[in-house]
Design a protein around this ligand. Structure first.
Ligand code: UT7
Length: 325
């Protein structure tokens, strides 16, 4: 009998400090930068984001999200035999945030590692976990996206600092006789490194280069719109499904205009598009599991629904996962 992987529980966590566009605009005005709620809403769909306190790390946000996911799955941390964390804002250069999370969860012994694919990180991590479960090297995984992007924002650059937020989302992914994950499709094209990056690194104990986020928003926008449709179509073809089989489109939450354009290209009515970018901003690798958990807990996504998850981001990376929930 074929072995599949299936999501058995979802969880998420947002740091309590919620910052509205108006509050952020006032803070930027004090630095001599002009922005408005109207501009941010019209260009991105974002109304608010959450920022973690300075001592709160990605592993801490991940811990809360994982506890919620484990509770939803009816599992304890000791039953987990694989932990994968997607993050671009790890607690340390090393060891991995996954190892730090594993210790906080009290799940010693199982393999734990990070995946670095920026905003595509969660679909990359889910694809790796699915492959490990299908091959028999894992039975019950925690797959997490966790970010404190507020740490790498340049609050003197109004073109980027209004876009991102902090948070974490997680799923428990278990071996199953029935699918589960139906198909996955991952890609990268490293020639676009420069359009979305944090170009600093550590050398000789010093930060070399600039440790803050840089983005050519228009270049990212144009690439994103094209590759998201391609990844969705490739994933549907692999699974022998069509646009009409998708119950919910849960794309990376970066910009409502990109998300709606993808939905239109897939001929999906906009009420099948899960939107949390308005309340969370762009939380990079955390955005898809945050949106998934929010829609499950709101009673929108139900067992048996077919979900298209799609990520796109720095690298340039992109990909999609089609699954039966
Ligand atoms: O997570 C990975 C994926 N990331 C993304 O998908 C992000 C993709 N890119 C985007 O979402 C959009 O390109 C942005 C939201 C970043 C920018 O939207 P845009 O419609 O491409 O705006 P723009 O860059 O063309 O800027 C339009 C104007 C410019 O002024 P001028 O040159 O027309 O006078 C900007 O200087 O808006 C100005 N502007 C702002 N104005 C007020 C840029 N940022 C701001 C701001 N407030 N915060």
């Amino acid at each position: 009998m074929r072995r599949y992987s299936r999501i058995t529980g979802t969880g998420s966590h947002l740091p309590p400090r919620r910052v509205t566009n108006a509050e952020l605009a006032a803070q930027l005005a004090a630095r001599g930068l002009e922005t408005t709620d109207d501009w941010i809403v019209e260009r991105t769909g974002i109304r608010a984001r959450h920022f973690a306190e300075s001592d709160v790390t990605s592993s801490e946000l991940a811990l809360h999200a994982c506890r919620n996911a484990l509770e939803a799955a009816g599992r304890s941390a000791s039953e987990i035999d694989l932990i994968i964390v997607a993050t671009s804002t790890p607690d340390m250069v090393f060891p991995s945030t996954a190892c730090i999370l594993q210790h906080k969860l009290g799940a010693a012994g199982c393999p734990a590692f990070d995946v670095q694919a920026v905003c595509s990180g969660f679909v990359y991590a889910l694809t790796v976990a699915d492959a490990m479960i299908q091959s028999g090297s894992a039975n019950r995984a925690l797959v997490v996206g966790a970010e404190v992007f507020s740490r790498i924002l340049d609050f003197n650059d109004r073109t980027t600092c209004v876009l991102f937020g902090d948070g974490a989302g997680a799923v428990v992914l278990e071996a199953s006789d029935t699918p589960g994950i139906l198909a996955t499709d991952l890609h990268a094209d490293g020639k676009h490194v420069g359009i979305l990056c944090v170009p600093g690194n550590v050398s000789g104990g010093q930060v070399l280069g600039d440790p803050l986020l840089k983005m050519d928003g228009q270049a990212v926008f144009k690439l994103a719109v094209g590759v998201l449709e391609d990844a969705a179509r490739a994933t549907l073809a692999k699974a022998g499904k069509t646009d009409a089989d998708i119950d919910w489109l849960i794309p990376h939450q970066a910009n409502i205009r990109i998300m709606q354009s993808t939905a239109r290209k897939l001929k999906l009515p906009l009420d099948k598009l899960v939107v949390t970018v308005d309340q969370h901003g762009n939380t990079s690798a955390a955005s898809i599991p945050l949106a998934l958990d929010a829609s499950v807990r709101a009673g929108k996504v139900k067992p048996g629904d077919t979900l298209m998850l799609e990520g796109v981001g720095g690298g340039f990376t992109w990909g999609a996962v089609l699954l039966n929930f």
